[in-house]
Design a protein around this ligand. Sequence first.
Ligand SMILES: NC(=O)c1ccc[n+]([C@@H]2O[C@H](COP(=O)([O-])OP(=O)(O)OC[C@H]3O[C@@H](n4cnc5c(N)ncnc54)[C@H](OP(=O)(O)O)[C@@H]3O)[C@@H](O)[C@H]2O)c1
Length: 161
Amino acid sequence: MIVSLMVAMDEEQGIGKDNQLPWHLPGDLKNFKKITMGHHLILGRKTFESIGRALPGRTMLVLTSAPQEPQENLRFFSSISEATQFAREAGEEEVFIIGGANIYHQTLELADRIYLTQVQTIVDADAFFPKLDRSLWISTEKVLHTEDKYQWSFEILNRVS
Ligand SMILES: NC(=O)c1ccc[n+]([C@@H]2O[C@H](COP(=O)([O-])OP(=O)(O)OC[C@H]3O[C@@H](n4cnc5c(N)ncnc54)[C@H](OP(=O)(O)O)[C@@H]3O)[C@@H](O)[C@H]2O)c1
């Protein structure tokens, strides 16, 4: 199973403000939906509260120290290894870690691939992606998108083996 991180960050690695995304980029959300559809997604409890619901067509694996009863397409885990094991045992081929900052800091070293949206602005963020050592990653694709309020590039990074 491939472990992938998916993130949208500004030019200073800002990813969130007041437990919300600091931008509204419909094109990027559409891209997120297309890539993650049908997969298991791992996320922190705060990001889950920010999204506010289980996303249709995906299985959300929420990390929290206070797990709750499972619901349709929604499960709670008290460790990252339990969540990844659940996805693996379900036959997942690519699990997506979708944030937030706390979870990215704990999982960057586990990732085989990063789906990186680089938003061409600097926002007043209070949540940040960890520093990315570009020498560890090979860019396989980079496309510039101009349809939203801010321009953003979408890049797929694979870990150098
Ligand atoms: N731009 C993007 O791509 C993007 C993507 C996602 C999120 N975000 C932003 O990121 C911000 C949220 O990030 P955050 O760092 O505040 O919170 P977070 O990472 O979403 O969630 C943190 C919570 O996850 C749980 N947790 C963390 N590590 C755990 C572990 N090893 N085992 C079990 N549970 C664990 C804890 O929940 P309990 O307190 O319940 O124990 C912790 O309080 C928001 O602003 C959001 O909008 C941005």
